[in-house]
Ligand binder design. Structure first.
Ligand code: ATP
Ligand code: MG
Length: 415
């Protein structure tokens, strides 16, 4: 029996269906993201047909590769590699051809299945016969080809038939996509990105909800030239591979903070004050980059700076909302996500993060009053301003750094 080639990838979306009046906008964003993900592939067109996107392939040999690329597009719920049976002169003729295709696919894909079912849906309500008739007719042929009984309630194996106006789609596997919402539908967020496991996952979660991240990383050294940016660039590159467009990463030196904190902040509060400095600098950059929120990878109680009192004290007077998508997740769970997005192996590489050089006995329940007092004593706004004046902007795509914008002033004054 000739095995028919996959000519269409049927992509369904879930939540966009709920978006009411904004639905066309979301669909357009998703279509754009799909086009970008598949650029360079032999695709003749992508049509929106009856709540699905149909990706038509010119070269069936690229089906698997295209499917893998679509699994990185947020907003797609399911992807089915399908054979499109063009609609012909009569229903009888259609069903004969659909049955032949369905039987061949079933024989190829049934594996160890002992029972089967044909699941038909008819989006074209005007089609000559209803779903049950189609299932029965196609099921008759598939059953004969497999030599297996049908089971309507708990089949081991299912053949799907979708009658669209455009053509009749036949498929046997439905692979899960990433879900979420299409890139660009959620606005911009400023993500505090460390070299660890958590913050890349936090950024990815907001990307999955349609947000465009602007990364901010605080590095040791006085300026970009003194930093060791390899690992951060690699993390940004991994995240950019989930985005239809290259992403911005700000590299901000921590020395302007350290110089001031040394004199005015007790060692016990050094960590919380550093966190506060990061959020304040992040907020200033967020304004510059038109971001509406800050994102951090905190998980409640994971380390000393993430106790509830400390989290509460750090950002008492921040004007932007801070999103912490991992706040209720265990490390094990976060690690699973990190592997899934492809960041884990990079995240565990050694790196001299500024957080690793802080006090061994940090305060566990910082008081907002103290935090405000130290902020004033050390001139926190001055530290933020100086750090941003010496910050470097990188534009990173899936292939690496595309552009580096060094600050006008490269050598900060001491003190
Ligand atoms: P991660 O694995 O993300 O580094 P962590 O468990 O090490 O998290 P912390 O070091 O306390 O936690 O940092 C908490 C959050 O603060 C991070 O998830 C990140 O959002 C932000 N952060 C920490 N260090 C930096 C840094 N050097 N630059 C930018 N953001 C940072
Ligand atoms: Mg960290």
């Amino acid at each position: 029996m000739l095995i028919p080639a996959v000519t269409v990838l049927v992509c369904t979306y879930s939540e966009i269906a709920l978006k009411g009046k904004n639905r066309p906008l979301f669909q357009r964003r998703l279509l754009n993201a799909m086009r970008r993900a598949l650029s360079g592939e032999p695709i003749s067109n992508i049509n929106h047909v009856e709540s699905r996107f149909l990706v038509r392939l010119d070269d069936p040999a690229r089906a698997e590769a295209c499917l893998e690329k679509l699994k990185r597009v947020f907003g797609i719920r399911w992807i089915a590699p399908a054979v499109a049976v063009e609609r012909g002169e009569s229903v009888e003729d259609d069903l004969r051809r659909v049955s032949a295709v369905a039987s061949a696919m079933a024989v190829r894909d049934v594996g160890d299945g002992r029972t089967f079912k044909v699941n038909t849906r008819r989006s074209d309500r005007n089609y000559g016969v209803n779903s049950q008739v189609i299932s029965r007719e196609v099921g008759h042929h598939v059953g004969a080809a497999l030599d297996l009984p049908a089971n309507m309630t708990k089949p081991d194996f299912t053949v799907f038939v979708r009658v669209l106006r455009e053509a009749i789609m036949v498929f046997t596997v439905n692979q899960p996509g990433q879900g979420g919402l299409p890139a660009g539908s959620g606005g911009r967020v400023c993500c505090l990105l460390s070299g660890g496991i958590d913050s890349p996952v936090a950024a990815w979660m907001l990307m999955r909800r349609g947000c465009r991240p602007v990364f901010v990383h605080f590095h040791t050294g006085r300026n970009y030239q003194e930093s060791d940016p390899g690992k951060m660039i690699e993390l940004a590159r991994i995240l950019a591979a989930w985005s239809p467009t290259p992403l911005t990463m700000w590299m901000v030196p921590v020395v302007p903070f350290e110089m001031r904190a040394m004199e005015h902040v007790p060692e016990s509060h050094d960590m919380v004050m550093f966190r506060r400095f990061m959020f304040r600098a992040g907020q200033a950059l967020a304004r510059r980059e038109h971001c509406l929120a800050l994102v951090a990878g905190d998980s409640l109680g994971q380390v000393a700076s993430q106790t509830l009192p400390n989290l509460a004290a750090i950002g008492t007077d921040l004007e932007l909302p801070v999103f912490r998508p991992l706040i209720g997740l265990d490390k094990e769970f976060i690690t699973g996500f990190s592997r899934q997005i492809g960041a884990f192996d990079t995240s565990i590489q050694p790196y001299r993060d500024c957080c690793s050089i802080r006090s061994p006995r940090p305060v566990l329940n910082a008081r907002p009053d103290d935090i405000l007092r130290y902020s004033e004593a050390m001139d926190l706004p001055g530290a933020v301003m100086e750090a941003l004046e010496t910050a470097t902007k990188l534009v990173v795509g899936p292939e690496g750094v595309q552009r580096t914008v060094l600050p006008k002033r490269t050598e900060p004054e001491a003190g």
